[in-house]
Each structure stands twice: as C-alpha cells, then as structure tokens.
Design a protein around this ligand. Structure first.
Ligand code: F6R
Length: 240
C-alpha cells in the first residue's frame, strides 16, 4: 500500500490526474474503472482540461463505472450515467459506446448484475480502478455488513449513505434506497486501485483503512489485500 498525503483537495486531484494521464498517454487503449460522487470531480475536470489542450486522447479508452442507483432512468440528473456524461464524457473524445455504467433501468436487476460481472471477466480487469470512500467506509456501494458480496449485485443503501447523498436531491425521501454495485471481488480484478479521500468526515474511515485490521464493518479495509493500492488523501482525511 502506498499513501500520498496532500495539502488539500486540489493537490489530491492533481496527483491523481498525473497517474491517470500517464496511463492514458502510455496505453491509449487502457481500461479505466471510474467512480462518481463529489471526490473525483476535480480529477474529471483536470482530464477534460488536458483533452482540451490536446494532451490526452480518449478515442480508444474504455471505462467501467462502479455503481448506479436502482431503479433510476439514465436521463435523471441524479443518475450516475448522467453524472459521468455531464462531468467527463461530454467533454472528451470518448466513444460513449465504450463507456459502461450498470443499467439502472434494467427490468431484471439480477440479470443486469450477472451480465456486468461477465463483461468485467471477459475484458480481463481494468488498468486502474478509481474509488471514493463513504463516511462509513463503503467502496462502490458495498456497505458495512456482516458479509460482503464478491460480485456485482443489487444492494440496499444504508441510512448513513442515504443521508450523505441527500445533499444532491431536493429531499432525503427522493434518494433511491437501492443500487447496483460491483462487489469487492469485482473491484479486486483491477490491476491497480487508487482511492481518493478528502475532508475530515472521511477521517475515521481512512484511519481504519490504515490500521492493521480487516473488518466487514468498514469494507474499504479489504483493499489492504490488493497488491497495488494507492491512497491519495488530503490532510483533513488523513487526520492531521
Ligand atoms: C460512487 C461510489 C461511492 C462514493 C462514496 C464517496 O460511485 O462508489 O462509494 O465514492 O460514496 O462519495 P463522495 O465522493 O461524494 O464523498
């Protein structure tokens, strides 16, 4: 595990941008595992900027997102498909047919999850999986529980996550209570995992990630078993 502690959010985003930009330049047909939420917004803005300057080409890049609310229409401005188009895909030269997000409109969510996992298996793992972290230690929507699921699955969101995400909706009652998410094993198919954390509300989750224990009460702690994990966080999340 490698940990990079940054002064602030901007520096954290810049460090992560360096890692992604280097991969995209060295491997134009790379596969990226992507996340939504507030934390990666700086990274996505930086990547769009580098594309605008002519420094990056996304024409052969493929992307695979971690999760999506269920049920939700892709056109809903709170869907993760909408977020990805709005924050990144609409600003770069990626072919949208090469961007994969679990389908929140699927009639049969279990079938959608099986197909998503099959697709991950068939493509042989992303080069980098980007992760944020929930205040409760969730990664993707793998919430703290007695058991963690290995594969892509339909899950119930915890009250803590629903409350944390209510800031994006008009009212907490509008936050979907379920989601489709890659499982811990799906995330582990990545060759490299980069986890971003910013702000003091992530401090407790990060300090458990940095201690010696594994616990399903903080799913991010499982990442300690991955052989190429980079944590990039700011001082507030690190706890200084
Ligand atoms: C989003 C995701 C979530 C977020 C986490 C942190 O695709 O998988 O695990 O990364 O909820 O969200 P923010 O960045 O909004 O604090």
């Amino acid at each position: 595990m490698k940990i990079i502690v940054c002064e602030n959010y901007e520096e954290m985003s810049a460090k992560c941008t360096e890692i992604f930009a280097e991969l995209i330049k060295n491997k134009p047909d790379c596969k990226l595992g992507l996340a939504t939420g507030s934390t990666p917004e700086g990274l996505y803005a930086n990547l769009a900027e580098l594309y605008k300057k002519g420094e990056l080409d996304f024409s052969k890049v493929k992307t695979y997102n971690l999760d999506e609310y269920y049920p939700i229409k892709a056109t809903n401005d709170q869907s993760y498909r909408y977020f990805m188009n709005d924050k990144l895909f609409n600003h770069i030269n990626i072919d949208k047919a090469n961007t994969f997000v679990p389908n929140g409109e699927a009639a049969d969510p279990d079938e959608e999850c099986r197909n998503y996992e099959k697709m991950l298996d068939a493509m042989g793992g992303v080069d980098i999986q980007l992760l944020g972290i929930g205040q409760n230690g969730h990664i993707g929507f793998n919430e703290p529980d007695e058991k963690l699921c290995c594969v892509t699955h339909l899950t119930d969101l915890t009250e803590s996550t629903i409350n944390a995400n209510a800031r994006f909706f008009n009212d907490v009652s509008e936050v979907p209570t379920k989601a489709l998410t890659m499982g811990i094993g799906s995330i582990f198919k990545a060759k490299k995992v980069v986890l971003l954390a910013s702000g003091k509300n992530k401090k407790d989750a990060i300090s458990q990630l940095l201690d010696e224990n594994l616990t399903t009460n903080n799913p991010s702690t499982m990442l300690k078993l991955h052989n190429d994990l980079v944590i990039i966080c700011d001082k507030e999340a690190y706890g200084e």
